[in-house]
Design a protein around this ligand. Structure first.
Ligand SMILES: Cc1cc2nc3c(=O)[nH]c(=O)nc-3n(C[C@H](O)[C@H](O)[C@H](O)COP(=O)(O)OP(=O)(O)OC[C@H]3O[C@@H](n4cnc5c(N)ncnc54)[C@H](O)[C@@H]3O)c2cc1C
Length: 492
């Protein structure tokens, strides 16, 4: 079986999803192909979620342009795509004269990259901007355009908008071979069937080297700059992002709030074996001690989760590669999007659109293109009147399944039926936060399994934690009807 599309995008991380969304406005058929069983399971789920402003990358690099422009576009993208984005500003804290010199250098970098309103500030202003910042800091770079998002929410929102505008999404479909037939274009082999396309966009993260090689282009060599991250319980007020003075390869250990008021400590940077997602005691200790230097009163015992991800870095360059292949017509790369790929995603998508135009591909806007994706109802954040309205329409809005994050049954059901919807426990978590809280799903996981089984019409033993094979249930449940019936009233 062979499906035909004008454009195939390989990789449904934040880069591929943003590109799909950008191109879905045009009169082209698009398929977004993902090896994993859901959106944003690569680097896009395991990062700090910071929309860095763009004062860090060296002026003139692709990364610098993408970062500054991406940060600028986030306001519009969050309004159109209905995801939470808080533009809080950030402080890079300095403690010595040497640090001050580095901050001045960063400010000049930022100005060259087009980052607005950068300012060096002193201790009084630091205390005003973030009262919990280390009072020993003598100077800081204040950057008002920095913000943060839930990165997987951005990818999911972009993919949903692309699909609403006609794009297809193939999950569980690793591209294992690429043929270039004589008549032109590409035929991609996947376990879900072949995909024929005229234009192939390589947004495969750490798999980008392999896609390039299979498509007949130069072998891009990828290395894995791994990072550990710690998430702390919620604070009454989210901490304004605080950065240390950066090192040549990393922004260092940053403390930031999140859109849901957690605190995140992000991230270490170590060259490790491709695919290594382990957390390391030494890394976690480096995170906690780094965080205490920025926020001395941070209670680091309140860690609810540690995890790791890998930045897909192109060997021998610290830059992104966003270009048309010069040896394989029709192939375009968005590769080496190591960091800051979250901050840059809207700009990478815009640049890809330009590259297609420059290559002579006619992009005609569809009359029915709709840039808007409505933000799904978030019961926890909804005002009281909206909560009442929702419960009135369906009592399942009043049945709280995840108590840490106040997620009711109806919100989980909605997450499963979105397009593309959740098909795993973690997929539900990324879409509506059930299991994201302090107890890390100890309380609600079995209920989420039941709801998934019921809504998808499968047995609980067929509901995975994440990808196929990560089964949770290995036998009959106490309530044998759980996967077909509603949750028992007495449980609610
Ligand atoms: C610890 C850490 C902290 C970070 N913090 C930040 C931050 O705060 N702010 C920021 O801007 N950036 C941050 N980053 C960087 C950011 O996470 C990445 O730049 C971004 O997620 C890259 O997105 P992507 O879509 O290019 O890659 P990915 O998210 O990795 O997506 C690539 C996708 O391609 C799929 N794929 C691969 N091969 C194939 C194949 N053969 N067939 C089909 N599909 C395939 C993969 O399954 C994957 O889903 C951080 C990264 C790390 C690791």
């Amino acid at each position: 079986m062979e499906a035909r599309y004008d454009i195939a995008i390989v990789g449904a991380g934040i880069t591929g999803c943003a590109i799909a969304r950008q191109l879905a406005r045009y009169d082209k058929t698009i398929c977004l192909i993902e090896a994993a069983d859901d959106i944003a399971l690569g680097a896009s789920k395991a990062n700090g979620g910071l929309v860095h402003a763009g004062y860090d990358p060296a002026p003139g690099t692709t990364k610098a342009r993408m970062n500054a422009r991406g940060c600028e576009l986030y306001g519009r993208w969050s309004e159109e795509l209905g995801f939470l984005f808080h533009r809080t500003g950030s402080l890079v804290l300095g403690f010595t004269d040497e640090d001050l010199a580095t901050l001045e250098h960063l400010r000049d970098n930022g100005l060259a990259n087009g980052v607005p309103h950068l300012e060096i500030v002193g201790p009084d202003r630091i205390a005003e901007l973030e009262p919990r910042a280390n009072p020993d800091a003598t100077c800081a770079l204040w950057c008002p355009s920095t913000g943060y998002v839930d990165p997987f929410e951005v990818a999911i929102a972009a993919a949903e908008n692309a699909v609403a505008n006609g794009a297809a999404f193939m999950r569980g479909a690793p591209v294992t071979a690429i043929d270039r037939p004589k008549e032109g274009g590409f035929v991609l082999s996947t376990p879900k069937g072949d995909v024929r396309c005229e234009i192939l966009i390589n947004a495969a993260g750490s798999g980008a080297g392999e896609i390039s090689r299979m498509a007949g282009d130069r072998g891009l060599r990828m290395v894995w700059r791994q990072g550990n991250i710690a998430v702390l319980d919620k604070e009454p007020r989210a901490i304004t992002p605080l950065y240390p003075v950066p090192t040549p390869v990393s922004k260092g250990v940053i403390v930031t709030g999140t859109v849901h008021n957690n605190t995140v400590i992000t991230a270490t940077a170590e060259m490790r074996e491709q695919g290594d997602k382990d957390t390391y005691a030494g890394d976690v200790e480096a995170l906690l001690s780094g965080a205490r230097k920025l926020v001395p009163d941070l209670d680091t015992r309140r860690v609810v989760r540690t995890f790791a991800g890998g930045r897909a870095v192109l060997e021998k360059t610290n830059d992104f590669l966003i270009e048309a292949s010069d040896s394989t017509p029709g192939l375009f790369h968005a590769a080496g999007i190591q960091s800051p790929g979250v901050a840059s995603a809207p700009a990478v998508a815009e640049r890809m659109e330009q590259l297609l135009s420059e290559a002579g591909i006619e992009l005609v806007e569809r009359a029915d293109w709709n840039p808007i994706r409505r933000m799904p109802d978030d019961f926890d954040l909804a005002p009281l009147e909206r909560k009442e309205e929702l419960i009135e329409t369906d009592p399942a809005w009043g049945r709280i399944v995840c108590r840490c994050e106040t997620v009711p049954e109806a919100e989980i059901v909605a997450a499963i039926h979105r397009k593309p919807g959740a098909i795993s426990v973690e997929g539900v978590k990324r879409r509506c936060r059930a299991g994201m809280g302090r107890c890390q799903s100890g309380f609600c996981q079995s209920r989420v399994v039941e709801i998934l089984a019921r809504e998808l019409g499968v047995a609980p033993s067929e509901v995975p934690l994440e990808d196929t094979g990560s089964w949770i249930v290995d036998g009959p449940l106490k309530n044998p009807d759980a996967h077909t019936g509603a949750i028992a009233e007495e449980d609610c």
